[in-house]
Write a new protein. Structure first.
Length: 50
């Protein structure tokens, strides 16, 4: 089974791991939840390396 992670980039270009291990649907939902909060940070989902 593929796993995904949610990443965040702040205003200074620093990247951080927000969550690891959820399936794609859960990761997309989490990223959307953070985006909806209206912060300036960028959130995205990427596949974890096997």
């Amino acid at each position: 089974m593929e796993t995904f992670r949610v990443m965040r980039q702040d205003d200074n270009g620093n990247r951080f791991l927000v969550a690891a291990g959820p399936d794609r649907a859960a990761a997309e939902a989490l990223a959307a939840e953070y985006e909806a909060r209206g912060h300036k940070q960028l959130y995205w989902v990427e596949r974890e390396a096997q």
